[in-house]
Design a binder for this molecule. Structure first.
Ligand SMILES: C[S@@+](CC[C@H](N)C(=O)[O-])C[C@H]1O[C@@H](n2cnc3c(N)ncnc32)[C@H](O)[C@@H]1O
Length: 555
């Protein structure tokens, strides 16, 4: 099959070939060189590889099959596959193709795969190819029964810290090659293009590699991929997710937390998915969750509805496991925060000043105090502003004439709480490490009720389900379901609790949670389930939250 294809000649002019030249090799940011960034060589750790192959071996037809790892590295996914097949007593022929840009590493892959196949007695025909898979894949569309891979984890974009080491023509050459690579990829792999690019950059090679893998697999074949969790959670990959969910039968999804340090040099959560290429009748994958010690903590089949998945922009809350899907469906009939923005006298949400070069526009006196993310906590201004916007500084945004709700734009996933929201008065101005929101009619009672909701467990569990990184993006927050704010009694009650929270009344911090849970229509058993997603909350606090007299009281 493969032999009929002429070997695609690799242009020495490709940007990864350019940055492999000695003069570029010394440029290093953190532990990465320009070359290692170009090829994204992060090899799959054993726990992830084993999970992936175990999830697919029983789906294979009992006949000779063709398999490719189009980003083969040292061949470890194919070695894991041979191990998994040997465990189930596989004896059929495997036609294996290994594609890889780095010839040295491919030599290793060839040796590893040959040795392992002969030690477990599985007959193989092995073909290896030094190539750029992004250029070769279309020639092999729908040729393989099985594609198993972990594409490079890199974003195509120049890094300012790298660029400062490059001068004149070297810099121009690097930038122009990077740009033409981006143009080639966006033309050839449109599904995996991000829905938004910043300054023209943002192509994620892991998404592109996933699209290439899906292209290579034949109808009724199996595609098995390792990816950053963000594939199923970010705000820019909806197209690719929709294609996967609509055209493939997802059979297995697994989540590996960043704290597990599964990959040596990667500090982000990862996932695997296994999918059969055929229009799905049902959406019933097994969802597995590994804990930070690398153990399987939960594995259950879930039944998803297309409506639910579509309503989250095809985001799948894998980090919450099967229970997370059940929880989310409990909220699905309520309105979303975004709906508050849809009529003209309603909510405005956004960000104010870019704070990157804030020292240029801040001074010690002025009319507009300046606030950034680290200065707030839940219901508190933890650090009063001491700096002000210069009189000749940036234009004061119109939103600053309203008293408003603010929340931090960044909060790491391993914190006990990720939503940190409070109120600020009109005239203060915020940097873009804060998001702000206000009702155009300046209804502060309603705004405080919204603050109660946003700082609640019920809101945050949904935010967690929609986020893959430390960035608490406005796009994700807009998708969160909230209780109807039309019942004035509920709004008044929540706003009264917020007044108490803002004045530092600790008891109110428990009461408002139960009041919000009731506004969401949650009963105590469901709320108890929500608390299981907050393992870092101190035990006395969770005990108080479940206190019967709070649940029996009228709020
Ligand atoms: C994330 S590693 C995965 C390697 C291996 N499959 C594993 O699971 O450990 C991605 C591999 O793809 C290779 N690679 C990067 N860009 C490539 C391209 N355009 N064509 C072929 N291989 C590429 C890298 O050299 C690297 O070995």
């Amino acid at each position: 099959m493969e032999a009929k294809q002429p070997l695609q000649s690799e242009s020495k002019e490709h940007y990864s070939a350019i940055v492999d030249q000695p003069k570029y090799q010394a440029i290093r940011v953190g532990n990465k060189t320009l070359f290692s960034r170009a090829v994204g060589q992060f090899f799959t750790p054993p726990t992830i590889a084993t999970h992936l192959v175990n999830a697919l071996v029983n789906l294979l037809p009992l006949k000779p099959i063709s398999v490719v790892d189009p980003f083969a590295g040292d061949g470890r996914l194919i070695v894991a596959l041979l191990q998994g097949l040997s465990n189930i007593g596989w004896e059929k022929l495997l036609r294996i193709s290994l594609w890889e840009r780095d010839s040295q590493v491919l030599k290793l892959a060839r040796r590893n795969v040959r040795l392992f196949a002969s030690s477990c007695g599985i007959p193989i025909i092995l073909r290896t190819r030094v190539c750029d898979t992004f250029r070769v894949a279309s020639t092999f569309a729908e040729e393989f029964d099985l594609v198993v891979t972990n594409p490079p984890w890199e974003i195509l974009k120049p890094d300012r810290r790298e660029l400062k080491h490059l001068t004149g023509s070297d810099r121009d050459l690097y930038l122009s090659k990077l740009k033409s690579e981006d143009e080639f990829i966006s033309h050839q792999y449109p599904l995996s293009q991000p829905s938004r690019k910043f300054s023209g950059w943002g192509t994620n090679l892991s998404r592109v590699g996933t699209e290439a893998a899906m292209l290579l697999v034949r109808k009724e074949g199996i595609c098995a991929v390792v990816s950053p969790l963000s594939l199923f959670a970010d705000q820019v990959s909806e197209n690719l997710r929709r294609t996967i969910v609509s055209n493939y039968e997802l059979t297995d999804l697994a989540y590996f937390p960043a704290e597990g340090r599964f990959f040596k040099k990667v500090d982000q959560p990862s996932v695997t998915f296994v999918a059969k290429k055929r229009p799905p009748q049902r959406l019933c994958p097994v969802i597995s969750v590994y804990n930070s010690s690398g153990e399987l903590a939960d594995a259950r089949r879930v039944r998803l509805t297309r409506k639910m998945v579509k309503s989250t922009g095809y985001c799948l809350p894998l980090q919450l496991g099967a229970g997370g899907f059940e929880i989310l469906s409990a909220f699905s009939n309520l309105p979303r925060l975004a709906e508050l923005e849809s009529n003209p006298d309603s909510l405005w949400a956004g960000r104010e000043l870019d704070e990157t070069d804030r020292h240029a526009f801040l001074t010690t006196r002025g009319r507009h105090p300046f606030l950034k993310g680290q200065m707030i906590q839940r219901f508190t201004i933890a650090e009063q502003p001491k700096l002000f916007i210069r009189a000749n500084g940036p234009r004061i945004p119109p939103s600053a004439s309203h008293s408003r709700l603010v929340w931090r734009d960044v909060a790491r996933p391993n914190q006990a709480r990720r939503m940190h929201a409070t109120m600020i008065p009109a005239s203060w101005v915020t940097g873009n490490s804060l998001n702000v929101a206000f009702f155009r009619d300046d209804d502060t009672t309603k705004l405080k009720a919204l603050l109660a909701i946003m700082n609640s467990i019920a809101f945050e569990v949904q935010v967690r389900a929609l986020l893959a990184t430390a960035h608490v993006s406005l796009g994700a927050v807009r998708r969160v379901h909230i209780p109807e704010l039309t019942n004035r009694n509920i709004v008044l009650s929540l706003s009264t609790w917020v007044d108490k929270c803002l004045s530092g009344d600790l008891r109110a911090g428990v009461h408002f949670e139960v009041a919000v849970a009731k506004a969401y229509g949650l009963a105590k058993p469901r709320f108890r389930e929500l608390l299981t997603f907050f393992p870092l909350l101190p035990e006395p606090h969770t005990r108080h939250l479940l206190d019967s007299h709070l649940w029996n009281a009228k709020h």
